[in-house]
Design a protein around this ligand. Sequence first.
Ligand code: SF4
Length: 263
Amino acid sequence: MARFSQADLAELNKAFEDRTPDELLQWAGAIFGKRVAALSAMQMAGSVICHMLNRLQVDMPVLFVDTGVNFQETLDTRDRIARDYNLKFITLQPKLSMEEQTKQYGILYLSAEGQKDCCEMRKSAPLHEARGQYDCLVGSLRRAEGGARSRCQILSVDTAMNCVRVNPLANFTDEQMEQYIADNQVIVNPLHYQGFSTISCNRCTTPVMPGEPKRAGRWRHLGPWSVYCGINPSDLASGASLAIDLPQELIDRMLGRTTDFSI
Ligand code: SF4
């Protein structure tokens, strides 16, 4: 194993700024093979990634964290996408049901501190159970979402999962996404058409009013300090010194030292 840091991705990140989402997805599939998965909460951008995987025939499973308190529309969207796009979904679940958690810890999502614990137990921990299975996770963060995401990198290191995160849609604008969805009739979570600009657990997500920030509907009851759950580490921390451990051979492949595959 060799140490691999965010700084080591700088050149590649620069080169990838001009690449299309298709090219970036194909790169991830070719470089990481069986050790890559997509991660989706079944929001609009995740649907686009799923459609692209099917259209490009890039073979990777899709991880979905079922917190136990997802909207039914979200679960239905997952099932429709799995069937119609012929994708293998792996559903990850927290150890405790929401009922068991509430008995043990109280209603955590009603306080800012409790929300962090709840998101950790119900979202991050189930994903972290899969640590070691993947060297790369494909996400669907976009800079057009604003906030911390306006600075998201195409490639970043995820120290908790010890893997590389790839966001092929980082440069996808709202207009490009709408166009892609219309052109391809992408299956989209119907809540997006009922005022929900982003979608998470039913306890903590509300529609947003015209003119509000896109993430205003997340943890509205807690105020503007709780705007990210932490399952995407780049929302919370970034820096050149963040580092993971990967096989040297994989690092060489990623950086184009040992392969003819380049985009
Ligand atoms: S979004 Fe709310 S209910 Fe869901 S895990 Fe986070 S705090 Fe808990």
